[in-house]
Design a protein around this ligand. Structure first.
Ligand SMILES: [Zn+2]
Length: 222
């Protein structure tokens, strides 16, 4: 519990006092879900999230506290920063998944140093095509360009599949950690492992798609 500096009401850690509307001193470890007043669930209604972000943003906006005591003004500034950061992390399912792993003491990088096996070959081939494209000219370049563009379409649809897998993983996790008290440790470990695998593939694919776009842009600019 924290205490409002303006009206002294004790309450759960949150950004804005539910009694007087003053910005609250949030604990340093306040998570992004609590900052936005959402339960710690992986599946999020993004329009509700956006609405909460705008509503809290209005309530805590520094302009509203321009003539308040300096500690209240400072809280409005730091609360606004935390609100924006939390919204950015939660609105994107990929950064939300990564953040959630971190909250649960799991790190993606540590067990995912290598390219996921299923993607390794594709990554290698595309990087090679991109290198060839840099050295190519005339018809050869055009041909390579169209091959890479075709590859891009395939990879985008792989990305869509992965995002759908991510959404399914999120809802399975939320269902298994619900209030029914039937948490199954081994199920949850399997879900976390799956979440890491999906996120790691997405990370590689995202980098690859970015490289492709850069390669194609350079080509068009030339
Ligand atoms: Zn208050």
């Amino acid at each position: 519990m924290i205490r409002c500096p303006s009206c002294a009401r004790p309450q759960e850690p949150r950004l804005v006092c539910d009694q007087c509307g003053s910005p609250l001193p949030v604990p340093v470890d306040l998570d992004c879900f609590s900052a936005l007043g959402f339960p710690r669930k992986l599946t999020i209604d993004t329009s509700a999230l956006e609405a909460a972000y705008h509503e809290l943003g209005r309530k805590i906006h520094p302009d509203r506290f321009a003539s308040s005591a300096s500690n209240v003004r400072a809280l409005s500034l730091s609360g606004t920063a935390l609100l924006t950061r939390s919204y950015r992390i939660l609105r994107d399912p990929i950064s939300r998944g990564l953040y959630w792993l971190e909250l649960n003491g799991e790190k993606l990088a540590e067990d995912n140093k290598s390219v996921p096996r299923e993607l390794a070959e594709t990554v290698f081939e595309v990087q090679e095509q991109l290198a060839d494209l840099r050295g190519a000219s005339g018809d050869a370049a055009l041909e390579l360009q169209s091959e890479i563009e075709k590859r891009r379409v395939e990879l985008s649809s792989t990305m869509d599949d992965l995002l759908a897998q991510l959404a399914r993983n999120f809802s399975r996790w939320d269902a298994s950690s619900g209030s029914n008290g039937n948490n199954n440790g081994s199920d949850q470990r399997a879900l976390v492992a799956e979440l890491k695998t999906i996120l790691s593939k997405i990370a590689y694919l995202r980098t690859l798609l970015r490289d492709i776009d850069r390669g194609l842009e350079t080509m068009k600019a030339a």
